[in-house]
Design a protein around this ligand. Structure first.
Ligand code: 5AD
Ligand code: SF4
Length: 417
């Protein structure tokens, strides 16, 4: 979501005559887009912002602004803590940017579409805010109530991205599959996106388990353009913890979605988010998270130690787990998940896959990096015809860590030898 917002901000700057500086030392304007979801994200943003201070001695005209959730969460106190900042701007006030930076008082005729950050894939926000109020989460406080974007504007942005060569569309929202607009459901929107010429692969992040309707599941199984991968945050495998977290689903309901997807396609990619050490989480409850990993067999996971966020209901819970215990639980989920990720990757060996080429490998310029439909990273030896955004048929023939190694399939060229 922040990447999308940054691309939108870049489009606003360009519309007002600015151009990319490529290096902070060359910039006249630096906007730092921030995240508040965990304390660590805020701390590292603050460290990065302090690093920028020295640039002001070399360029007296330099303007530094802090945007994003931390601007909302910490508000004016940021200006006191970081006195060299020129301004802060929370996410619901980005329309003020031209006025702040370019003294424009007239609002822009329309907000420009996000600037494309690459040639193959475009993030398209369809929903902002979140109504869920999970007990640990700061997002509803900093991003506000859910707002759904008009379908015609979404489809227009996608069409313009495909004209620019994009073929993979990633729909974004905090609870993206809860999207609705005047009777139009998320599944119906997906169908319309799939019918756009030039759209080859569709992904969406992050869905919420409670919005997996039978209509959506049926579409995921019938619409070939929707990639067979979902990032579906589970957070915990324990029903009692899920209840305290106010997640509004049970472990069984979560697993039934995973089971439906995997019985349709055993290689369906399912990744997740897990929080360890939620206030009051017992060893038994934590073991249920470990057993959820065993049962769901996730292809990958983002795993976090619980981080109390001021103002959220769980931040005032007393039964805190020690930092040491949180770290140890986190390490246990990481170790288990790594072995499952490896096992899931091995299932890909020998398979014929269509990958989307993303970029030349930074480590080895004779290799390209791409992604399978089920969201696995693939490394493939470069060929002169390879270009960013190209689809290549290949055979998965090895593994380096969790990364798949492939070779171009002869089917690519209709070769009969
Ligand atoms: N502590 C730890 N992890 C958190 N997340 C959200 N809030 C917290 C918190 N207070 C994690 C959740 C969410 C992901 C984006 O960040 O797993 O899905
Ligand atoms: Fe936070 Fe829950 Fe909303 Fe996700 S669904 S953004 S975890 S409140």
């Amino acid at each position: 979501m922040n990447e999308y917002d940054s691309a939108r901000l870049a489009a606003i700057l360009e519309l007002n005559g600015a151009s990319p500086a490529f290096k902070p030392e060359k910039a006249d304007i630096i906007l730092v887009n921030t995240c508040s979801v965990r304390a660590k994200a805020e701390e590292s943003a603050i460290a990065r912002i302090w690093d920028l201070k020295k640039l002001k001695t070399e360029n007296k005209g330099l303007k530094i602004g802090v945007l994003g959730c931390m601007a909302k969460n910490r508000g004016e106190s940021l200006l006191k803590d970081l006195p060299f900042l020129d301004f802060i701007l929370p996410p619901d006030e980005y329309q003020k940017l031209p006025e702040i930076l370019f003294q424009k008082t007239e609002p822009a005729p329309q907000t420009p579409f996000a600037k494309l950050t690459n040639k193959y894939s475009a993030f398209i926000a369809i929903q902002s805010g979140c109504n869920m109020r999970c007990a640990y989460c700061i997002v509803p406080y900093v991003r506000g109530r859910e707002q759904y974007r008009e379908p015609s504007s979404i489809l227009k942005e996608i069409e313009s991205a495909t004209v620019a060569g994009v073929s993979e569309i990633v729909l974004l929202g905090q609870t993206v599959n809860g999207y609705r607009y005047k009777g139009l459901s998320f599944a119906e929107l997906l169908k319309q996106v799939a019918s756009i010429k030039g759209v080859e692969r569709i992904r969406f992040v992050s869905p919420h388990p409670i919005h997996y309707t039978s209509e959506l599941l049926a579409l995921l199984m019938s619409e070939k353009k929707i990639a067979p991968h979902v990032h579906l945050p589970a957070q915990s495998g324990s029903n009692s913890v899920l209840k305290k977290m106010k997640r509004q689903y049970t472990r069984e309901a979560y697993l039934s979605i995973a089971e439906a997807l995997r019985s349709f396609n055993p290689l369906y990619g399912i990744t997740t988010d897990i929080i360890c050490g939620y206030p009051g989480e017992t060893e038994e409850e934590f073991k249920e998270t470990l057993s959820l990993l065993q049962e769901a067999r996730f292809d990958g996971a983002f795993m976090f130690a619980y981080s109390p966020r001021e103002g959220t209901p769980s931040a005032s819970e007393k039964e805190l787990i020690t930092e040491e215990e949180k770290k140890s639980r986190l390490q246990r989920v990481i170790d288990l998940q790594h072995s499952i990720t490896l096992e899931r990757a091995k299932l890909m060996l020998g398979r014929q896959e269509r990958i989307l080429l993303e970029k030349l490998s930074r480590r080895n310029s004779s290799e390209w990096i791409g992604k399978t439909g089920n969201f696995k990273k693939v490394i493939i030896p470069a060929q002169p015809s390879f270009k960013e955004g190209m689809y290549v048929d290949c055979v998965i023939e090895g593994l380096k860590g969790h990364t798949l190694q492939a070779r171009t399939s002869t089917f690519n060229f209709g070769c009969t030898i």
